[in-house]
Design a protein around this ligand. Structure first.
Ligand SMILES: [Zn+2]
Length: 164
């Protein structure tokens, strides 16, 4: 039996372009939303899902960085070094993968599900997931990393929302 799944917003939906506001406390409603987002992320075969992708204008995302589901509230990036280019996909851009150059190592902070402040060093794929999801929270999408002249052809490849 699968749990409640949220509708993931697809490119063109204005909520994907909004800058989110910080969370000031954990509420029961937020805990439930985080749980539902984790469920949605797994059901959609994603490794991360940001609040703006489900129409919520607040600064948090869920992700699985290989150690099970994690909750990242008010994420911040402090230091960055190195660079690596990899193909990325996005649940809000179904059908597309785009090569994106990102820092290889980052130092981040965020609040966890208990609103405890966490500082961590992330590298490689984990850094990439954190950066990708943090981009969503300021309204930035993968297509913004592509030359403007190349965007229309890519936009045509985006498939309609498979989950309706
Ligand atoms: Zn994404």
């Amino acid at each position: 039996m699968s749990g409640i799944r949220l509708k993931v917003r697809i490119y063109g939906d204005p909520c994907l372009r909004e800058k989110t506001r910080p969370v000031d406390k954990i509420t029961p409603a937020l805990r439930l939303m985080l749980k539902t987002m984790v469920n949605t992320m797994y059901e959609e075969d994603g490794v991360g899902l940001a609040a703006s992708q489900v129409g919520i204008n607040e600064s948090f995302f869920v992700a699985d960085m290989g150690d099970g589901p994690g909750v990242y509230i008010n994420p911040q990036i402090y230091k960055q070094s190195g660079e690596e280019t990899m193909e990325e996909g996005c649940l809000s851009l179904p059908g597309l993968t785009i090569k994106v150059a990102r820092p290889k190592n980052i130092q981040v902070s965020y609040r966890d599900v208990n609103f405890e402040n966490i500082t961590r060093d992330l590298e490689g794929l984990h850094a990439r997931i954190f950066l990708h999801e943090s981009d969503h929270l300021i309204g930035r999408l993968l297509l913004d990393y592509v030359d403007e002249k190349d965007r229309p052809a890519l936009e045509k490849k985006i498939q309609p929302n498979p989950s309706g």
